[in-house]
Design a protein around this ligand. Sequence first.
Ligand code: FES
Length: 156
Amino acid sequence: MKLKFSLVTRRTFLNTLFFGWLAAFFSGTVYALMRFAFPTLGKEPDFVVLNWKDFVDIPPNSVKPFPWGGTVGLYYKKDDGSMIALKGVCTHMECNVAYKPAERRFYCACHQGWFDADGRNISGPPPKPLESFAITKEGEKLIIARKGVKVELPKA
Ligand code: FES
């Protein structure tokens, strides 16, 4: 059966074409502007190289943050002097976590998530432990890397 009229008018067709093109154009522009304004958004490194001197003197039972791509890492010195490095981003919905020295635990204020001193999730909604990193000292450099990543620095 052939219809004697069109289900889509010429005006509707042209409006759809025009506004579809407009939406595609502006979404590309907005994306490019976002990438320009926040270049590290969504990018995470495999390792970072820091200055050892900036971290050697932190007192026991304290945390010093370090940049981890567009997020934050936490360099934590325990009471016994041992150190660990954790990604300071909650595994629930990616809020930043804070260290609570009095309780010797990490806390996520977004939904009251708790992690123990080793970054293991112990209470609240976080489904996984905080990501922990490998720590290496090379001369005056402190290298913090994802576990399993082999870091080869260029020879100076
Ligand atoms: S984002 Fe941390 S508990 Fe929800």
